[in-house]
Write a protein of this length. Structure first.
Lengths: 935, 258
């Protein structure tokens, strides 16, 4: 009864088929590819999917297929889990968090694929749930490590209006590994060819022409009209609806019942379920199904029956009497209670449409819980909401359901609904304690960005006599955190002090850690860094005592952020971050925190110029298979390294992956992405591209992100300067807008906290110098000033870059050649130590142009690829640790080592501790011995 | 596209529309090139009604870009996305236009205007207004929903985004000096008749008023955005209402109002 072979002739799609297959085979740099087929209903999208899947399977691909459901109640990830089930997977075990779930599903896909490449075919993607869309982006970004090709069909009608896929496709179509194919209707000749293929050569030309006019080239309609022509029927209608209805009327009665049943069901409809819904003797039922297949309404597969075209269901739904539909859904629900009692989504769907709210409720609640287990909070929220619709206002369950609905709405980012849910909850006679409600409302408000109102809610908890000391401690800690985010450091400091006092007596460890972090940061921002540091160190101790992974993760994160951020004690921050990650790894928990800690470490290492070390840390972090915003951060950090190393392909790959993930949302990462795009384009001398990226960034920046503006404006001015240096025109409009941005930054710097101001000043120096260069002025002093600023910040890359330009400007002025040579050599030493190839080569070309030798005994040549790290007993140590050990073996004290390496004595102490741990020694003498033996 | 609705400009049009600009400078560029191409569409050439709208829209978008560069908006990220999303819907409608009765994917409200491209001639002011009506009353609410969805925030009154959104009204006011108050009020009356809100007609300028309607509609759509059926229903209602206004604007009555 398999009916797919009974497909009509395929006309006018040969070129598209070949192209789609080649696009799918042609994986992008990330090892993935995708083709999205859009087109109107009946234009042949599903057919194209089937034909392509068949050809790809023959070509050795492992093929999985799933279809999204239009019931609006599908469970998260439905189409992918359906596809996995078909190949014998039972579905994912419970995951630890949303990222873990994505990871597990991709591992399952990997298992199915084995060593073949995988093709995932998804039909009716317009009905895909949010989790499925996110999984798709995760896989296409290469984060699942699956060599996957995705082929999906989307109804064009659905993309009008504000469909979420609209935006996703708009972003994805820019990527080299993604194609969006718009399947157009057939033209006149193709339609005639189709008509002839169906109805034979005897068709009159004007008949074929009429089919074309009436079908508008829609192959589905054309084929049906051609059949009428062949069978000598007079077709009076030309809308799909009328065609279908007249066809349904011609069915034998039992087959008619079968088609109506399948149309009302959730596909695929299993035979056993159908047998209960259409109660006929076995033989008659099979006969009826056979007739429905023969009349081309139903397709049969191993897992059950489907309508050949889902449009039939939509047409029939409008024709069926409400009572008739309810009865059919009731029979489905009863049948499923016997045959598939665990399928809550389907049960909920049918019971609701059967008009049986009381029987629907348990299934709806169960479906909500399963959705939450799959971290599909959007779907969970929809289920909780429909549960609320099923019960009356005075039902006792209502309170609990309201609470769940509000929380799910909060978790999926539906801030308005979360808040209105909470309002409804507050009006219940058995509402939770008002203080709890204030706390929750404040959290929701803060998430919605309505900070002023959130602050009021926290204040209410703090002043209400009814609230417990624990609730007050919690409110104070959250409030301090909020004030810190708002940049109100004095207020935050006072609140945090208060919160800490309360939390020490009455609070949970989480409140204590939160309050400490807020206190520490606000103190540091208020120029009392030591006090801040002491508080957060204390928080780490408290978390260590509790041993709870979440608390440890948060505490280490705060300490590492404080050190690498406002205190600019980057090396120590990196150490703390790595120590924290190791600590959590040893507990086997807190994967997200480990990833974030490693991300901080990598960023810090990049800034202090230890790039190969940063590379290793990022590798480590990517092994945790992060998703969402964490993945974007890591990819951006790694891309920054590729740009620095001059690995263009890898940089493009990561930029594409970032763009893929950002197609699903995540506006705050757009700016760093554009900055990197500009940086990469500049090394390739593509000034216009760099300019466009920066200018786009300038229009999308929130004016309070001064550091981000600083980096961006520097990139923009540098692009103009490079263009000028290359003899290409400078864009006066772009230059003017960049100057405006710099002025805005300078004006805003005064209000920034001192540590932030220092960074902004560094960028202002770079911008001023770059602007002079773009205007053709040679100003070594401006560059010397920038170099000093970045030296003070202990960031070798921008410092060395400034030295290069300082030397260049001096050489162009033909003055102070000795100083210029020294600056150039210093920059070159830094560049080679970091492995910054494009930068080093730029230095070499300046040196060659001005006949400066970069070293006394080495010819000035472009830099080769870096050598692999040494592979001996010291291989466990980081580059920095090896440097410390070498100095230690010379007999230097910690203070002397610190002076030699430009790091604090304290940081040297931490390094030495790590060296002892790794080499399993206890004294400096033993450590020296290991070092000397290895060297 | 089965038939050539753009005449000799058909190929240029197809080439231009194969671009999907993703930033405001890109949108300005696309509108500028569109303007050049549109003046070559026979038989009215530069006099065709879409030219009138496109020219106005180009001026307005240039105004947005200028303000973006000058840092006049509180949330430029929001406004840039909105501008891009907004324009994308106009370009989509153009892409879907394949002539009367054969453009199932072109919103009715745009079809009303597009089918007048070959004539009969209508006055520039009502033409521009018909485009503005299609774009604001139909496209804008959806563009807002997509933008908010992308940024992960809600359409809330008095928020920074709302403030920026209202800021655009000034650009409209500056860009339409030809829309004198008398005409605006008559046009306003027309819209209110269509929407059944007669009591509001005198309260403000047309653009400001309809843009507020669009903001309200976006808030309504925002609540429905996960319910595809309800969203579809809302879309066809908006399309019908706005198309009704356009038919009036492009009728002799519209010319009479000028």
């Amino acid at each position: 009864m398999a009916s797919e072979e009974e497909d009509g002739p395929l006309v006018g799609r040969a070129g598209t088929l070949t192209q789609v297959q080649s696009d799918l085979r042609n994986a992008g740099p990330g090892g993935t590819s995708a083709v999205f087929v859009t087109g109107e209903s009946g234009v042949g999208k599903s057919r194209l999917l089937r034909e392509t899947a068949r050809a790809m399977r023959d070509a050795g691909f492992s093929v999985l297929s799933g279809t999204c459901l239009d019931i609006g109640d599908a469970l998260p990830l439905h189409p992918v889990l359906q596809a996995l089930r078909q190949s014998g997977h039972s579905g994912p075990a419970l995951a630890a968090d949303a990222g873990d779930l994505l990871d597990r599903v991709s591992r399952d896909l990997l298992t199915v694929a084995g060593d073949r490449r995988l093709l995932l075919v998804l039909d009716d993607l317009q009905w895909a749930d949010r989790s499925t869309r996110q999984l798709l982006l995760y896989l296409l970004a290469g984060l699942g490590d699956v060599k996957i090709a995705v082929l999906a069909a989307v109804r064009a009608e659905a993309l009008q209006g504000a469909h979420p896929l609209r935006k996703v496709l708009a972003e994805l179509r820019r990527l080299r590994s993604v194609r969006v194919v718009d399947l157009a209707p057939l033209d006149r000749d193709q339609t005639v060819e189709l008509v002839t293929a169906v109805a034979g050569d005897t068709v009159e030309a004007e008949d074929a022409d009429r089919v074309y006019k009436r079908s508008g080239g829609n192959p589905f309609v054309a084929e049906e009209l051609a059949r009428d022509l062949r069978d000598g029927r007079v077709e009076l209608s030309d809308t799909l609806r009328e065609i279908f209805l007249s066809r349904v009327d011609e069915l034998p009665p039992h087959a008619h019942a079968v088609v109506h049943a399948i149309a009302a069901g959730v596909e695929p409809v299993e035979h056993a379920v159908l047998a209960r819904v259409v109660p006929l003797p076995e033989a008659e039922l099979i006969e009826a199904v056979r007739a429905a297949v023969a009349h081309r309404f139903v397709a049969s597969a191993d897992d059950g029956y489907r309508l050949r075209h889902r449009l039939v269901a939509e047409v029939l739904a409008a024709e069926v009497l409400p009572a008739e539909a309810a009865a059919r859904h009731r029979r489905f629900a009863e049948a499923l209670e016997v045959d598939a009692p665990g399928d809550h989504g389907r049960l909920a769907h049918h019971w609701q449409r059967a008009g049986e709210p009381a029987r629907a409720l348990p299934s709806v609640v169960a479906a909500a819980r399963s959705a939450e287990e799959l971290y599909g909070f959007t779907e969970a929220h929809r289920y909780w909401s429909s549960a609320l619709e099923l019960i009356s206002d005075d039902a006792p369950e209502r309170t609990e359901l309201l609470a769940h609905a509000a929380e799910a709405a909060h978790l999926c980012g539906e801030h308005l609904r979360a808040l209105s849910g909470l309002d409804a909850l507050a009006l219940r006679p058995d509402a939770p304690n008002p203080c709890d409600l204030h706390l929750r409302r404040a959290r929701y408000l803060a998430a919605a960005g309505r900070t002023a109102t959130a602050e009021e809610e926290y204040e209410r908890v703090l002043t209400s006599p009814d609230c417990s000391p624990r609730q007050r401690a919690s409110a104070a800690a959250y409030l301090a955190e909020l004030l810190l985010h708002l940049g109100r450091y004095a207020d935050a400091n006072a609140r945090a002090q208060e919160a800490l006092e309360m939390a020490e007596v009455n609070g949970s460890t989480a409140d204590l850690v939160r309050a400490s972090a807020a206190l520490g940061f606000s103190a540091a921002f208020r120029e009392d860094p030591d006090a801040g540091l002491a508080v957060i160190r204390h928080a780490v101790e408290i978390a260590e005592r509790s041993g709870h992974p979440d608390e440890l993760g948060v505490a280490y994160l705060h300490l590492a952020e404080l050190l690498t951020g406002p205190l600019n004690s980057i090396e120590e921050g990196v150490l703390v971050a790595r120590r924290g990650a190791e600590r959590l790894a040893s507990l086997g928990a807190g994967r997200t925190y480990q990833t974030r800690l490693l991300a901080i470490a990598a960023k810090g290492l990049f800034r202090v110029g230890q790039w190969s070390e940063a590379d290793a840390v990022l590798d480590d972090a990517m092994r945790h298979r992060p998703s969402g915003a964490d993945a974007v951060e890591l990819l951006l950090s790694r891309c920054q390294l590729w740009v620095g190393f001059g690995d263009v392909d890898a940089a493009h790959r990561d930029l594409d992956a970032v763009a893929t993930l950002l197609a699903g949302g995540g506006a705050r990462h757009v700016l760093p992405m554009l900055t990197l795009r500009a940086g990469l384009a500049m090394w390739q001398a593509r000034h216009a591209e760099a300019r466009a990226a920066v200018q786009r960034g300038l229009t999308e920046t929130r004016s309070d992100d001064l550091v981000l503006i600083g980096v961006l404006a520097w990139h923009g001015l540098r692009a103009e300067a490079e263009a000028h240096a290359a003899g290409q025109p400078v864009d006066p409009g772009a230059l003017r807008r960049l100057k405006v941005a710099v002025e805005r930054m300078a004006a805003g710097a005064g209000n920034a906290a001192a540590p932030v101001r220092a960074t902004i000043d560094g960028y202002l120096d770079l911008c001023a110098a770059e602007q002079a260069r773009a205007e053709g002025r040679h100003e070594p002093d401006l560059w010397a000033r920038a170099a000093q600023a970045w030296d003070r910040r202990r960031q070798p890359y921008p410092a060395a870059y400034s030295r290069l330009r300082q030397a260049e400007a001096a050489l162009q002025r033909r003055s102070r050649k000795a100083a210029a040579t020294a600056a150039l050599r210093e920059a070159y030493a830094t560049a080679t130590a970091m492995g910054a190839r494009p930068f080093a080569n730029e230095i070499v070309s300046v040196a060659q142009r001005h006949r400066v030798a970069l070293a006394d005994d080495v010819p000035t040549v472009p830099m080769p690829a870096p050598a692999p790290p040494p592979d001996d007993e010291l291989g466990l140590l980081t580059t920095r640790e090896r440097e410390v050990l070498a100095a230690l073996a010379e007999g230097l004290t910690n203070r002397e080592i610190g002076e030699q390496l430009f790091i604090s004595e304290r940081t040297v102490g931490v390094h030495v501790g790590h060296i002892f741990d790794k080499l399993q020694v206890r004294t400096r003498v033993q450590a020296s011995r290991v070092y000397l033996t290895a060297a | 596209m089965n038939q050539s609705v753009w005449g000799p400009a058909q190929q240029e049009m197809a080439d231009l529309l194969s671009n999907h600009p993703d930033d405001v400078p890109g949108v300005v560029e696309q509108l500028r090139e569109l303007q050049t191409i549109l003046t070559r569409v026979p038989p009215l050439l530069g006099e065709n009604p879409l030219c009138d709208f496109n020219k106005l829209y180009l001026t307005i978008t240039e105004g947005v870009l200028e303000r973006l560069y000058a840092g006049k908006f509180k949330d430029p990220a929001f406004l840039s996305r909105l501008d891009v999303e907004f324009a994308a819907r106009y370009f989509d409608a153009l892409r879907a236009w394949a002539g009367t009765g054969s453009s199932p994917r072109c919103p009715e409200v745009w079809s009303c205007l597009f089918q007048r491209i070959p004539g009969p001639d209508c006055r520039p002011l009502p033409s521009a207004c018909a485009g503005v009506n299609a774009h604001i009353n139909f496209d804008l609410p959806f563009a807002l929903v997509t933008t908010f969805d992308h940024l992960g925030s809600d359409p809330i009154d008095d928020s920074e985004q709302h403030h920026d959104y209202l800021e655009i009204n000034e650009i409209f006011a500056e860009s339409i000096p030809g829309l004198r108050r008398g005409y605006l009020e008559k046009w306003q009356l027309l819209i209110d008749m269509m929407n059944g809100r007669l009591d509001d007609w005198w309260q403000g300028e047309a653009i400001e008023y309809t843009r507020n309607v669009a903001w309200r509609n976006a808030q309504k759509l925002w609540g429905l955005r996960h319910d595809m059926t309800a969203t579809d229903r809302e879309r066809s209602t908006l399309d019908n209402t706005a198309a009704g206004v356009n038919k009036l604007l492009l009728s002799p009555l519209g010319a009479f109002l000028q």
